[in-house]
Design a protein around this ligand. Structure first.
Ligand code: NAD
Length: 496
C-alpha cells in the first residue's frame, strides 16, 4: 500500500522493511511496513551530530538560514499530494485533512522565511549617559521535538521551520505509530538540504523509536529545549524531567474543548461548526469539540439538528469520498467504548458511538460519532477521550456556561456562538474563557498557523507556530554598551 508512495517521496526500502516494529494502517489494520527502532546509543549519536551541526549553523546569517526553509517549502509543494496520501494511509485522516496538514507545513515555511529577516530585539533607553542598551536573540542549541500520531507531519514542521531559522539544530522523535510519514519528511528535507548546498551535516535528525528513545532526548543536557506534543500523561512525565536539569519545554498536551451555544446564535453556522469540530479527524484532534454547552431553550432543536447532520456523514476509507475515517487502533476504540459506558453510568443518554463496517474491516476500527446528553459535568466529561464523543450540557445563565467552560483540568480551545456582542466580548475577556484559544462564531478546531498555538492548565502552557512563538526557540541576551569616557553606575551608586 505504501511502497510506491515512499519510493516517490525518496525513502529507501531498507528504512521500512525487515524491521523489528510493524506499522499498521488504521484503514484496514494490515501491516504496511516494519521499521527498525533505534537504540539508546544511536539516539545519543544523533544528538552528538546535531550538537556539532549547531556549532556551525548558529553562525550562518538568519536570512540565509531562511533560504533553506524556503527551499523546503518548495519541495513540500512539489510533493504535497504524495505526502498527504501517506498521512491518510498511516494516520487514517481523510484526503482533505491529509492535504491540509501538508499545507500547514508549507504555510509555516513561508512564515519562517519572513521571520528569518525579523528576529527583532529591542533597544532600551539607558539611565546612564553615554550608554546604550539592547536586547538580542541568540540560538539555543539542539531542539528536541517529540510528536503525537494525530498530527504526524505538521507539528514537526511548526517546530522545525522556526527552530532552524532561529539557528538551532533539531532532533525529532515522532510517534511510534507514524514513523513512515516521518521518514518521508526527513527524505524531503534532505532534498532541500541538497539544493541549499552547504548546511552542516546532521542539522535535522530523525529518531525512529518509542518512548524510551524520547526519554533519551528528554534527559540529555545538550538539548536545552524539548517541544513535546501528546497526552497529558506524557507531559506529566516529560515536563518535570526536563525541568529537573533546568531545560526548557514547550508542552502541547490534551484538550477538552467546549462550545457555548447561546440563544441568539446563527444555528446554521453553529451546526456546521459543531459537525467539523466534533467529528473531523474522527474526533482525534487535540482541538476536537468535546463539550457542547447549549442554552436550555434551544437544546432540543440543536440536538435534533446535530443528530440529523451526524446521520448523513459518510464513514469509511479516508482516501475515498468520506468525512470520517478510522480510529487509530483497537485501544482507541476500547477507550471510546469505556467512556460511553461510564457516561451511561453517570446518567448520560448516548446516541451513536457504535462500531461501523466491521464486516469489511475486521481489523480496523470505524465508529459512528457519539452524542451524549449529560445531566451535569461529571467525571467522564472532565476527561479527554481521544475519539468522537460530544457531551451535551444545558445552561440557563451565561455565567453558568462560562463556569462550565472553565471547570475542566484542560485549557486548550474554546468557542462561543452568539450574536450578542456583550457575550462575545465577555467570553474573550480576562474573566472569560481560560483557554489558550477562544473563538467567536468559529469552532474549536482548525487553527491557522499565524497565531500562537497552545493551551493552559493541563494542556501544558506551551505556545508554538505563529505570532512571537519563535522567542521560545532562542535565548535572550541583554547588552549594555558604554561609549562614554566615564563609568557611571546604575541606580546612582557611588563606589569610590
Ligand atoms: P502520546 O502521549 O501517547 O504520545 C506522544 C508522543 O510522546 C509519542 O511520540 C510518544 O512516543 C512520546 N512519549 C510518550 N511518553 C513519553 C515519555 N515518557 N518520554 C518521552 N516521550 C514520550 O500521545 P498520542 O496518543 O500520540 O497523541 C494523542 C494525544 O496528543 C492527545 O491527548 C492529544 O490531545 C494530544 N495532542 C495535543 C496537541 C496540542 O497541540 N496540544 C496536538 C496533537 C495531539
Amino acid at each position: 500500500m505504501v511502497d510506491g508512495l515512499l519510493d516517490r517521496l525518496g525513502v529507501p526500502a531498507s528504512a521500512y522493511t525487515n524491521g523489528n516494529h510493524p506499522i499498521h494502517t488504521p484503514i484496514d489494520g494490515s501491516v504496511i511496513a516494519s521499521v527498525h527502532l533505534e537504540s539508546k546509543a544511536q539516539v545519543v549519536g544523533k544528538i552528538d551530530q546535531a550538537e556539532k551541526a549547531f556549532q556551525a549553523w548558529r553562525n550562518v546569517p538568519a536570512p540565509r538560514r531562511g533560504e533553506l526553509i524556503r527551499l523546503f517549502g518548495e519541495v513540500l509543494r512539489e510533493h504535497k499530494a504524495q505526502l498527504g496520501e501517506l498521512v491518510s494511509v498511516e494516520a487514517g485522516k481523510i484526503t482533505q485533512e491529509g492535504l491540509g496538514e501538508v499545507q500547514e507545513m508549507i504555510d509555516i515555511c513561508d512564515f519562517a522565511v519572513g521571520l528569518s529577516r525579523q528576529l527583532y530585539g529591542l533597544t532600551i533607553a539607558s539611565e546612564r549617559p553615554g550608554h546604550h542598551m539592547r536586547e538580542t536573540w541568540h540560538p539555543l542549541g539542539v531542539v528536541g521535538v517529540i510528536s503525537a500520531f494525530n498530527f504526524p507531519v505538521a507539528v514537526w514542521a511548526w517546530n522545525t521551520a522556526l527552530a532552524l531559522v532561529c539557528g538551532n539544530a533539531v532532533v525529532w522523535k515522532p510517534s511510534e505509530k507514524t514513523p513512515l510519514t516521518a521518514l518521508a519528511c526527513q527524505a524531503l528535507f534532505e532534498k532541500a538540504l541538497k539544493a541549499f548546498g552547504d548546511a552542516p551535516e546532521g542539522l535535522s535528525q530523525l529518531i525512529v523509536g518509542d518512548r524510551e528513545a524520547g526519554q533519551v532526548l528528554v534527559d540529555d543536557p545538550r538539548v536545552p529545549l524539548v517541544s513535546a506534543t501528546g497526552s497529558t500523561r506524557m507531559g506529566r512525565e516529560v515536563g518535570p524531567r526536563v525541568a529537573a536539569r533546568f531545560g526548557r519545554s514547550i508542552l502541547e498536551l490534551g484538550g477538552n474543548n467546549a462550545m457555548i451555544l447561546a440563544p441568539s446564535a446563527d444555528l446554521d453556522l453553529a451546526v456546521r461548526g459543531i459537525l467539523f469540530s466534533a467529528v473531523g479527524t474522527a474526533g482525534q484532534r487535540c482541538t476536537t469539540l468535546r463539550r457542547l454547552i447549549v442554552h436550555r431553550s434551544i437544546k432540543d432543536e440543536v440536538i435534533a439538528r446535530v443528530k440529523a447532520a451526524y446521520g448523513k456523514v459518510r464513514i469509511g476509507d479516508p482516501r475515498k469520498d468520506n468525512l470520517i475515517g478510522p480510529l487509530i487502533d483497537k485501544q482507541s476504540f476500547q477507550a471510546m467504548q469505556d467512556s460511553l459506558a461510564r457516561a451511561r453510568d453517570e446518567g448520560g443518554i448516548v446516541f451513536g458511538g457504535e462500531r461501523q463496517l466491521q464486516q469489511d474491516y475486521p481489523n480496523a476500527y470505524y465508529v459512528a460519532p457519539a452524542i451524549v446528553e449529560m445531566p451535569a459535568q461529571t467525571e467522564v466529561v472532565r476527561h479527554e477521550t481521544f475519539a468522537p464523543i460530544l457531551y451535551v450540557l444545558a445552561y440557563d445563565e451565561f455565567e453558568e456556561a462560562l463556569r462550565l467552560n472553565n471547570e475542566v483540568p484542560q485549557g486548550l480551545s474554546s468557542c462561543i456562538f452568539t450574536t450578542d456582542l456583550r457575550e462575545a466580548e465577555r467570553f474573550q475577556s480576562a474573566a472569560g474563557s481560560d483557554c489558550g484559544i477562544a473563538n467567536v462564531n468559529i469552532g474549536t478546531s482548525g487553527a491557522e498557523i499565524g497565531g500562537a498555538f497552545g493551551g493552559e492548565k493541563e494542556t501544558g502552557g506551551g505556545r508554538e507556530s505563529g505570532s512571537d512563538s519563535w522567542k521560545a526557540y532562542m535565548r535572550r541576551q541583554t547588552n549594555t554598551v558604554n561609549y562614554s569616557r566615564e563609568l557611571p553606575l546604575a541606580q546612582g551608586i557611588v563606589f569610590d
